[in-house]
Design a protein. Structure first.
Lengths: 279, 627
């Protein structure tokens, strides 16, 4: 569809541009130069974690539709419960704060900001001499997706806009974005919010690496907070999904730090798995 | 009333009491009684992306139910899951949905919907488990037999019974809104713009540079050269009718009798011809070239010269097979009959069908009036050589799941073989489906010749040589707003699914886009599962009906694009007696809303429940002794 192509095109343009600027400002020329000699060995260092993430993404791409069927047939139907618990919170957010400018801002953040937020850390952490952070990030992403997929299968719930709690501001103002979001998302997969969990994951890593990238920390925290608010402001997720997403993020970050342990810092050769066993 | 005690306290108390008093008999008498608890009702409906209006009705009802002390929860399901739950499994409390007819219908449509003979069947027939043996059943049968004034009276009585007993509460008849653009196809009217007849009637729009004709004629060199570069955009691009829908069911299932997959069945009725087609209120001989009612109980039907999409001839045997098959999709191979989950009311008119000659079938029918007899001719005729293979019990990996389910009712019917004016080309599940014009169809063959052997004799001029498109492409859109935007951007020619109030204002924004509408038979209603207490009690259902403020819902859920109604036949106003017609009323004539302009009067509503024999605890919760 023409919409999808145009959204993907502008997405590539904006995110690519953003990464270039951020690379120059945040990572800095010296680390970029260091990257040139070392990138192959760093990537090979993190090959297991890359493989793990790819495996999860592949499984998600291949198995999603059949897991969706399982969810439809046997999943816990929690839409009514979530609504009974939190009521019209999302509608309240919209009614209290919505303005055309904010809608424009949050729509852009939800699509462009989020894509940038997720892709930039790859480059930033490859540019670090030690690959520990990169590997932890990859593991954390993989955990987010894997656990998220499992929860999507167990829980069958529609988001607020599908209950007419608030309106779907993303769809109302930017219908062409739906070409992209409907490719990526299933309407009945709202718990937990993966937008929230992955954004919070990136923010958590940004806080942990504030010594290496002091500029990145406030940027990442700002964008990820915006994404988290956007999920509710745009009527896509419940507050419950967001809380679930934050919990998933913190859990994944914690686990990734356990799996890719501290001890190996002394010796980069010890693989993450054995370190975890030793710990 | 007693203070509520927790279960643990109760058990401890019972234990002590039983020991100390040694009076086990009395304890049993008390503890053996189920304690009443708050009534919980689940309201099933489709999510807003699929049906922007139903969810608003469901929320309105849930809000008012909660206000009177019922624990009402909304449960959103995909459309297929919703109808599977309601129509097939019948395991629902309350649902909000549309009556699955796109056009105003004959009163006999209520026969299958509410007759008690269908309570045990899975399908569109009587999903409520509703029984009213001496009232509704009698009236349904009577309106089938009598004619003229007598039938009018019988239908009026039927509506009064249905309005009083409320097996379902009619909420509103929506305007079937559609956004269309006219630069490629014209002839969109405000008379059922999306009915099978209307889609077939469309004409190609005149284009200034005359490229519109290239699609058909296009020189051979041109065609071959362009086919390699772009298939639809250039060579025959003008001949593709592009529709957009939020309903993805047509991209994965083409079974005309699958109750949970079909809405009004527009596209399957273009794939599968019926013997007769009703367009603009006119009965048109369709796959049948004509029929004659030779006596009260016999109709003789003559077929046109037609072929199935796979090249086999359509025979009288196929027609006879179809009626037998709709009565029992197992064709007698199973112990119990497995009747069709769609067209049950229509096909139930025909007792048997016999081949009496080449292209001639004799239908033995009940003693019914002509209107009902013609309805019996409006079922999809199925090819025997395809469907006779599907009469066995459906299995998964060789295991039988249910002896009352045949392969025929669960088959997706991939690559459907019909005889209709369009034939299946290709589909991508959840994304799109493409149909081609069927050049062998009698409409397509009828463009020039008008002699003795006219293949479409008796078919009005507006259908001759149609359809005007070479291909029909249906794209799935994630929401009604995106669907309207797709038409506005020129990516599609028309929307064919429900548009909510947020989508409608967008239609005016593009100069090329126009809003068309018509009259819908698909009334929104709240359906009750009368198999479950307290919904089995008509008094209880009546109180629920008076919790629904139809006038306010018209404004809020439909933005005014709907008409409130009390009777399910309100779209055919000639059948509605004045005591049930809405006209200038502000509230329902039978069960008026308790409250004013949208806000419910909870005290009065609770009084209604008390009058009906229900009680509340001190917290204001409605009590029920159900399971």
């Amino acid at each position: 569809m023409t919409w999808l192509a145009s959204v993907l095109g502008s997405l590539a343009l904006w995110v690519g541009g953003g990464i270039l600027v951020a690379a120059a400002v945040i990572i800095g020329p010296s680390r970029i130069r260091g990257l040139r000699d070392d990138v192959a060995s760093r990537l090979s260092d993190a090959r297991r974690e890359f493989a793990a993430l790819c495996a999860v993404l592949l499984a998600s791409a291949v198995g999603r539709s059949s897991l969706q069927t399982v969810s439809e047939l046997f999943g816990l139907r929690l839409t009514g419960l979530i609504y009974a618990v939190e009521g019209d919170f999302v509608e309240w957010i919209q009614q209290t704060y919505a303005t055309p400018e904010l809608t424009m801002y949050f729509s852009s953040v939800y699509v462009y900001g989020y894509a940038f937020l997720l892709s930039f850390p790859f480059l930033a952490y490859i540019a670090l001499p030690r690959t520990k952070t990169l590997r932890r990030l990859l593991v954390a992403y993989a955990l987010n997706y894997a656990i998220g997929l499992a929860l999507y299968t167990v829980v069958f719930a529609h988001g607020p806009r599908n209950l007419d709690v608030g309106t779907s501001l993303l769809f109302t103002y930017n219908p062409e974005f739906t070409a992209l979001t409907s490719e990526v998302n299933e309407a009945a997969n709202v718990f937990p919010s993966l937008h929230t969990s992955l954004s919070v994951t990136v923010a958590a890593f940004a806080v942990m690496t504030r010594d290496e990238y002091p500029l990145w920390t406030p940027v990442a925290v700002w964008i990820s907070t915006s994404v988290v608010i956007a999920t509710m402001y745009l009527g896509i997720h419940w507050l419950t999904d967001v809380i679930g997403g934050i919990a998933l993020a913190l859990g994944s970050v914690y686990l990734s730090c356990r799996i890719v342990g501290e001890e190996e810092e002394a010796d980069g050769e010890i693989s993450g798995d054995t370190a975890a066993v030793d710990a | 009333m007693n203070r509520h005690v927790s279960r643990r306290e109760a058990l401890a108390g019972i234990g002590l009491g039983a020991l100390s008093a040694g009076c086990l008999g009395r304890t049993r008498n008390i503890a053996g009684r189920n304690r009443p608890s708050q009534l919980t009702l689940q309201i099933d409906t489709a999510p807003a992306d699929r049906d922007p209006n139903a969810i608003r009705i469901a929320r309105h009802l849930a809000e008012n139910l909660n206000a009177v002390g019922v624990d009402a929860r909304i449960n959103t399901l995909s459309r297929t899951d919703l109808w599977r739950k309601v129509l097939i499994n019948q395991g629902f409390d309350v649902y909000v949905g549309q009556f699955l007819e796109s056009e105003p219908f004959d009163p006999d449509a209520m026969y299958a919907f509410t007759h008690s003979r269908f309570v045990a069947e899975a399908g569109r027939q009587n999903p409520f488990g509703f029984t009213d043996i001496n009232g509704v059943d009698d009236q349904l049968e009577r309106q089938r037999r009598v004619e003229g004034r007598e039938r009018r009276d019988a239908v009026a009585e039927l509506q009064r019974s249905l309005c009083e007993l409320q097996p379902f509460t009619v909420v509103a008849f929506p305007d079937p809104l559609s956004a269309v653009r006219e630069d490629r196809f014209e002839g969109w009217t405000n008379r059922q713009p999306l009915s099978p007849g209307a889609l077939l009637r469309l004409d190609r729009a005149e284009t200034t540079d005359g490229t519109a004709d290239d699609g058909d004629a296009g020189t051979a060199e041109n065609a071959t050269a362009e086919e390699e570069t772009a298939d639809e955009e250039t060579a025959d691009g003008d001949a593709v009718l592009r529709l957009v829908t939020t309903d993805d069911q047509i991209t994965e299932n083409w079974n005309p009798i699958a109750a949970e997959y079909r809405r009004d069945g527009t596209f399957t009725s273009l794939l599968y011809d019926q013997l007769a087609l009703v367009d603009r209120g006119e009965v048109i001989p369709w796959l049948a070239s004509g029929w004659e009612r030779v006596d009260e109980e016999t109709v003789v039907v003559d077929l046109r010269d037609a072929r199935w999409h796979d090249g086999e001839p359509v025979t009288a045997g196929d027609v006879a097979f179809t009626y037998e098959f709709l009565r029992d999709t197992s064709m007698g191979s199973l112990d119990t009959e497995v009747p069709t989950p769609r067209f049950r009311g229509r096909s139930s008119v025909v007792r048997s069908a016999t081949v009496v000659g080449d292209g001639r079938v004799e239908l033995a029918i009940d003693d019914v009036n002509d209107a009902v007899a013609v309805r019996a001719l409006q079922v999809p005729i199925l090819p025997e050589h395809v469907w006779s293979e599907r009469t066995d019990v459906a299995t998964i990996a060789g295991f039988e799941f249910d002896v009352e389910t045949t392969e025929a009712v669960v088959s997706n019917n991939g690559d459907p073989v019909g005889s209709g004016p369009i034939r299946f080309a290709e589909a991508t599940a959840e994304e799109s489906v493409v149909f081609d014009r069927n050049p062998d169809h009698f409409l397509a063959r009828a463009d020039s010749t008008r002699d003795e052997a006219d293949p479409a004799a008796g078919v009005p001029e507006r259908f001759r040589g149609k359809p005007a498109f070479e291909r029909l492409r249906i794209e799935v859109s994630p929401s009604d707003i995106a669907a309207v935007a797709a038409v506005g951007d020129g990516l599609a020619d028309a929307t064919v699914s429900n548009l909510g109030p947020d989508a409608v204002p967008r239609i005016g924004r593009d100069a090329d886009t126009r809003l068309v509408t018509g009259l819908s038979g698909g009334f929104y209603h709240v359906g009750y599962n009368a198999r479950r207490a307290p919904l089995s009690n008509p008094r209880f259902r009546a109180v629920i009906a008076s919790l629904i403020d139809k006038e306010t819902l018209i404004d809020e859920a439909f933005d005014g694009y709907a008409r409130p109604a009390a009777s399910p036949l309100a779209a055919s106003s000639e059948w509605v007696p004045t005591d049930l017609s809405w006209d200038d009323r502000e509230t329902d004539p039978v069960y008026p809303f308790v409250g004013e302009s949208g806000s419910i009067d909870t005290d009065e509503a609770k009084e209604l429940f008390r009058d009906a024999g229900y009680r509340f605890d001190e917290g204001g919760r409605l009590l029920s002794r159900g399971e």
